[in-house]
Design a protein around this ligand. Structure first.
Ligand SMILES: NC(=O)c1ccc[n+]([C@@H]2O[C@H](COP(=O)([O-])OP(=O)(O)OC[C@H]3O[C@@H](n4cnc5c(N)ncnc54)[C@H](O)[C@@H]3O)[C@@H](O)[C@H]2O)c1
Length: 332
């Protein structure tokens, strides 16, 4: 247990939250999830847990947000339009949630005397880099508005007068593996689902390096950032990644884990030149955090739920694909 008891998680009903919330509940934290629940009632099996408080709300609703975060000791801010295509679908909406509402989060933290805020930024803030090792000191050059506003929120934190409120910035790699609110629009997960359903993996380009982190390690990393002493991590930025692999290598890993010789690769051209290798040694150096779960474990976790028919229409169901759901809900 730790210095904080009441944890307020915006966007806690998303992919990462769906792994993190149960992990925190297991450690006896009181957890409040504040979310629009765009992807449904994902914690129905936890409803009887008295330590879980679920609030359906929009982070753009400042009054409700401040009121809801009343007892929070720490905030983990995950709520987001969380990929490039969904952001680009409606850039004004994307900015209002990903950037403008960030000031509401800060106000909720200050008004309620919250002690720590952990902000989910992204390793995509770096853009395309030639350096072999992209560390937290590498100059960020975001390529898209989604990534640009991730970086802008980081700047808001470092430029604000926070009066004793601690902050930590996480720059996660692309997350992979099974979680109750599953995203299949992420590299490892989509390649796995294509191999399982279509017996074919389309490889766009293939040589681009992608940094990855298993969802179990991602949840563990947030726990560590919650529990570490402020003097070690206040105002610090942490890359959170594990295996950096090319898209082609990820496809090969998928095929190997699935163990199905009939899976074919189809190579296609791409305009997506993003390629980067993030270095996450700082998490190890300062916090002794070493990821434990591999890409293979992530693929295996997806194979298991798929074989148990727990994934319905994995390639077309909007619940698993942010862009498809955002097209459907027409959020204003
Ligand atoms: N998943 C990854 O690979 C990855 C990598 C790097 C960074 N991140 C960041 O981590 C965070 C969590 O990612 P995720 O994969 O769980 O995303 P997600 O899309 O699964 O979850 C986001 C959650 O935010 C909620 N939400 C959206 N707009 C809201 C609003 N206006 N008010 C309240 N709730 C709102 C959604 O309902 C959803 O439950 C995001 O900030 C994302 O940018 C994710």
């Amino acid at each position: 247990m730790t210095q904080f008891k009441n944890i307020f998680i915006t966007g806690g009903a998303g992919y990462v939250g769906s792994a993190l919330v149960p992990a925190l509940l297991k450690k006896n934290y009181n957890v409040s999830v504040y979310d629009l629940y765009l992807y449904g009632d994902i914690f129905s099996n936890l409803k009887s847990n008295p330590n879980l408080n679920q609030i359906k709300g929009d982070i753009r609703n400042k009054k409700k947000l401040i009121e809801s975060a009343k007892n929070a000791d720490a905030i983990i801010h995950l709520a987001c339009i969380s990929n490039d295509p969904s952001y680009e679908l409606n850039p004004a909406l994307g900015k209002s949630i990903n950037y403008d509402a960030f000031f509401n989060i800060l106000e909720a933290a200050k008004k309620n005397n919250v002690k720590r805020i952990i902000y989910a930024s992204s390793s995509s803030v770096y853009g395309v880099k030639k350096e072999k090792n992209v560390t937290e000191e590498t100059f960020p050059e975001p390529l898209t508005d989604y990534s640009k506003y991730k970086l802008e929120c980081e700047k808001v934190l470092s430029n604000s007068n926070l009066n004793g409120l601690e902050y930590i910035i996480a720059r996660p790699a692309t997350v992979c593996g099974y979680a109750p609110r599953l995203r299949i629009d992420l590299t490892v997960n989509i390649l796995t689902m294509n191999a399982l359903i279509n017996k074919k993996i389309k490889i766009f380009g293939g040589k681009q390096l992608r940094p990855n982190i298993n969802i179990k390690d991602m949840a563990q990393a947030y726990e560590i950032l919650l529990e570490a002493p402020g003097k070690k991590i206040n105002r610090e930025i942490f890359n959170i990644g594990y295996q950096n692999r090319t898209v082609e290598d990820i496809a090969k890993i998928v095929k190997k884990v699935i163990n199905d010789d009939s899976v074919e690769f189809e190579y296609l051209p791409t305009t997506d030149t993003r390629s980067y290798h993030i270095n996450s040694d700082k998490m190890k150096r300062i916090l002794n955090f070493e990821p434990k779960y591999t890409l293979e474990n992530a693929v295996q976790s997806l194979v298991e739920v798929y074989n148990n028919s727990l994934i319905k229409e994995g390639l077309s169901n909007p619940l698993y694909h942010n862009i498809k759901l955002m097209q459907q809900v027409n959020l204003k």
